[in-house]
Design a protein around this ligand. Structure first.
Ligand code: BGC
Ligand code: CA
Length: 333
């Protein structure tokens, strides 16, 4: 050009292929909405992003095929939310053959798999942290509200709603929330653990059964996520119990509806799973990988893992979080 600049203003085209385990999952749906929004902001920075999102409806076979299809269509970067987190081998092999980096997200492959090739990354959270935080806010509440122990036997009769068997978050949240409660001097009596697949309707069914079995004896419900906690809330609403007969209920994710339930006193707390921050990081990584930039590997754990920070939400800070979707990312880029 006349001024010596050879740069043309043609947007760089990036094709990002996203594979999801199940788009009906509420948390995941919100994460994807945020990711789409991040991709639109990249367009303002001169990239032309073409995004394909495919839903595996919970089948790893289906997802393997979908990834093949996106590779066949020439995608540059893959973002993969595994259906079966222990079985990424087909996807990794296919991506490696075509030299396409993969950003796994939300459903964490085992370390051995992630280390198979240098262009594999993970964006998510440190699952243990959410369990510890949930145990802490629950213990704090219980230790300062003697009425939680409705039958005054010095023990807290509790029910635990578990997400999916084998999911890193379900495993760690169950283990660490309970350990943390005990560590903080809460004496627990386990009534029942129920798997409800992260799902509100399933949790409501499970809780209905437990309510008919235990009546008002349930004093605490610990749930691996908010959707299931909201299922418990729904079960108590329909059972028509007076509020003083409800147990205290704790979730994880910080979904808007759960925050409203906390505000209304139907739930006592949640742990924010920062989908805004995760979406930002995924978009940022996608561009950096596309540009072939040397990664700021020091900022990633073991050069591969990005974990966003969980945040505690309870009665003490609920107003900061309620209706503040776009500001929830306190750890920004
Ligand atoms: C979320 C759950 C979600 C699951 C899906 C977890 O991190 O807390 O709400 O269902 O991811 O993989
Ligand atoms: Ca009790």
């Amino acid at each position: 050009g006349a001024c010596g600049s050879e740069k043309k203003e043609i947007p760089k085209q990036i094709y990002i292929g996203v594979a999801c385990y199940d788009q009906r999952d509420t948390f995941l749906g919100e994460l994807l909405e945020n990711f789409k929004r991040e991709c639109r902001t990249l367009e303002k920075r001169g990239y032309d992003i073409s995004l394909t999102i495919m839903d595996a409806a919970n089948s790893q076979r289906t997802q393997d095929d979908q990834v093949q299809e996106m590779i066949g269509n020439g995608c540059d970067i893959l973002c993969v939310n595994l259906a079966d987190r222990t079985d990424p081998s087909q996807i990794i092999t296919a991506a490696q053959e075509h030299d396409i980096p993969i950003i796994f997200f939300n459903r964490e492959p085992v370390e051995e798999d992630l280390m198979q090739w240098e262009k594999l990354y993970y964006v998510g959270c440190d699952a243990e942290q959410s369990g510890i935080m949930q145990g802490e806010i629950a213990a704090e509440y219980i230790n300062s509200h003697s009425e939680v122990d409705k039958n005054k036997d010095g023990k807290i009769q509790y029910v635990l709603l578990e997400g999916e068997a084998g999911h890193q978050d379900a495993i760690s949240r169950t283990e660490y929330s309970v350990k943390t409660l005990m560590k903080n001097d809460v004496i627990l009596e386990k009534l029942s653990y129920q798997l409800a697949d992260w799902n509100r309707g399933q949790a409501e069914n499970r809780m209905n059964r437990l309510i008919s079995q235990y009546g008002k004896e349930i004093e605490l419900v610990m749930s691996n996520n908010d959707e299931m906690a909201l299922g418990a809330v729904e079960a108590y609403r329909k059972a028509g119990y007076a509020r003083e007969d409800w147990p205290v209920i704790f979730g994880i994710d910080g979904l808007e509806e759960a925050l409203e339930a906390v505000k209304a006193g139907e739930m006592q707390g949640s742990i924010l799973n920062d989908r805004v921050d995760q979406a930002k990081e995924m978009a940022k990584m996608a561009v950096e990988l596309f540009e072939g930039e040397d990664f700021e590997q020091e900022s990633l754990k073991e050069g591969r893992y990005y974990f966003s920070e969980y945040q505690k939400v309870d009665g003490s800070n609920i107003d900061e979080y309620l209706n503040a979707e776009e500001t929830i990312s306190h750890s920004g880029m």
